[in-house]
Write a protein that binds this ligand. Sequence first.
Ligand code: FAD
Length: 312
Amino acid sequence: MSVLLIAEHNNKEVRPFTLNAITAASQMDGDVHVLLIGNNCGDVAKSLSEMPAVKKVLHAEAPHYENYLAENFAPLVVKVSENYSHIVSSANTFGKNLMPRIAANLDISQVSDITKVISADTFIRPIYAGNAFATVKSTDAKKCITIEPCETSGGSAPIEKIEATEEFTLSKFIKREEVKSDRPELGTARVVVSGGRGMQNGENFKLITDIADKLNAAIGASRAAVDAGYISNEHQVGQTGKVVVPDLYIAVGISGAIQHLAGMKESKIIVAINKDGEAPIFSVADYGLEADLFEALPQFLEELNKLNSIQK
Ligand code: FAD
């Protein structure tokens, strides 16, 4: 049996989280089929079919698939899932909304937020806000899995058109509100600069913004900074915010509570700036600077400016 991966996309391009999920899915079974549900999304089908890890694209189109509504997607996934051993999606809002409906319909237990595939039925997933990792083995015949954050060209998988299921009329798509930003998306950015309660107020976040501009970075925040109104909640990193795995994570004025670490401690390189040398963030940091952020950040910016002028 094969793996069925549900693609997340905007009818124009595949979302980066889906690419991560494809890589993990191919470790469960080499035969990965991608289910693309949308409207006028032929270009997405083509780009998926060109991914080497993808063996087949199942493509369903209908006007009621134009905007993602889990109530409309779930019946089609359940219908198609008959021939598959694994149903897989990314562990973000998309997957967290869709997959429990599919697991419930198929009467199987979902394996959530896996970070590693050991074998076709055994996975590693974080528990206790990422403080420990559990190895879990699923005995269900069919496995419903979400994956935490491939080669993307060179393949030639066939694209098979499949029938849409009926529109679900009890739920309706009303509108999408998205914050428009020129910055990289927090969930997929290679560099993230985050501020915490130590920033003291929203205006001081400009110190973070200036550095993020120089590094082409996304801006993150601790929950304390969000709750205090320094910055809006789509920037929150952590257990109840976004999980980020950038190449570089810079934590400024953040103590390093376990709920914050749960969202960033897998980052490749962690830099912490904190005036308290005992702050727990230093225990996960690769580079720690014990300093007052109001002195350190302007100096950091000055150095980045010098570097920029040398490069020009
Ligand atoms: P603090 O813990 O107050 O730390 C501020 C830090 O700034 C201190 O270490 C201090 O030394 C330093 N500082 C102060 N002034 C300066 C200065 N001038 N220069 C340098 N350093 C300075 N938190 C999250 O972040 N994300 C989550 O998703 C999340 N989910 C949660 C879920 C639950 C169920 C619960 C109970 C809590 C959750 N929290 C989450 C909250 C978490 O427990 C912490 O309260 C929060 O992370 C603290 O944020 P902070 O580090 O910015 O603030």
